[in-house]
Design a protein around this ligand. Structure first.
Ligand code: MAV
Length: 326
């Protein structure tokens, strides 16, 4: 009896001392990777900052290792307002809900890291954010990314000749297949969690991806050749479902937005800094062989008409011109 009362007393004291300890709401997040991946670290930073800025009003429950599926699943959940409240994802996975979102994910969009950085530090992508909110009910809080995507294959690819007819997986957005078709490859949209097996069984001969993910999911085990086409510098929005967003007070929305923006910047710095390091780690460990692509500049000329046509179809020619002009 006495012991119970003591415990109750202690609990009461603790409650009085820390009145803000209990959160108002728990938000569930999803990552396809473990704690080591830049996306997961970015989401952790977002949680830390959002907790701080809301004075502990929000709790976070982040599910890792693809427990809640791949990004293609996450985007459906976010759109429906079920199962996942926040995540980081490739805009190419949002194509079904917001057709112009993949524009920010288009291969050869950015000249170099400086250009990429300039675009992401500006508000030039605001029209795409509006479309995401209206059509997909998904709120962009910030931008992570910063990995450089290269060809990853089971046979060496060194030039356009090798690329001819190359059976490779691309992300689901039609613009991805169009770009790689224009380069002579034979692209197929395959779910990310089927890529490893598809390469292993010879259904495809490769795909394209960035160092952080090649390493985290051990794609090098089945596709050890990495060809430096450097065709994409990734833009990976940190997003929240409109359903979760509307449950927040205006103050909490502001806090979460600030946390998302800052966590995104943290993630961009992290992933872009680690990109080359991770490639080298895998090469030094004998996991990958790094190859140059002959006449890489020629690829730019080949895809430009495809980019132009795609932007025009979306009514986004001005936006593309604005991005290119930065
Ligand atoms: C990498 O893991 C990330 O860029 C992720 O956002 C993409 O969805 C994935 O590749 C992919 O290629 O589907």
């Amino acid at each position: 009896k006495k012991a119970t009362r003591l415990v109750q007393g202690a609990m009461l004291a603790a409650a009085v001392a820390a009145p803000a300890a209990a959160a108002d709401m728990t938000l569930r997040g999803a990552s396809m990777f473990d704690e080591e991946h830049a996306f997961t670290k970015t989401l952790r930073e977002f949680e830390r900052l959002a907790t701080e800025y809301t004075g502990g009003a929000l709790d976070f429950d982040l599910r890792l290792n693809g427990e809640l599926g791949v990004e293609k699943d996450h985007v459906t959940y976010l759109n429906q307002g079920v199962a996942v409240d926040y995540a980081i994802m490739a805009p190419s996975n949002m194509a079904t809900f917001a057709p112009s979102a993949p524009l920010m994910d288009m291969p050869f969009l950015f000249r170099d890291p400086e250009h990429w950085n300039k675009v992401l530090s500006s508000d030039v992508l605001a029209p795409l954010e509006r479309q995401l909110a209206e059509k997909a009910d998904i709120i962009v809080l910030g931008y992570a990314g910063g990995g450089v995507r290269n060809l990853v294959s089971r046979k060496p690819i060194r030039n356009l000749e090798d690329l001819k007819g190359h059976r490779m997986r691309v992300m689901g957005a039609p613009i991805q297949a169009r770009i790689f078709k224009a380069l002579g490859a034979a692209p197929a949209a395959i779910a990310y969690n089927e890529v490893y097996n598809a390469i292993q069984t010879g259904v495809i001969d490769g795909f394209e991806n960035e160092a952080a993910s090649i390493q985290n999911l051990r794609f090098y085990e089945v596709a050890p050749y990495v060809t430096l086409t450097k065709h994409t510098i990734t833009v990976r929005p940190l997003v929240m479902s409109g359903t979760a967003w509307r449950k927040l007070t205006p103050e909490q929305q502001e806090a979460v937005k600030r946390a998302g923006r800052e966590a995104g910047a943290f993630g961009r710095e992290l992933e872009s800094r680690e990109d080359g390091i991770k490639l080298k780690q895998m090469a030094d460990a004998g996991q990958i062989e790094i190859l140059e692509f002959e006449n890489r500049d020629k690829l730019l000329d080949m895809v430009k008409p495809v980019q132009d046509a795609y932007a025009q179809e979306l009514g986004a020619s001005d936006l593309l011109a604005a991005i290119r002009g930065m």
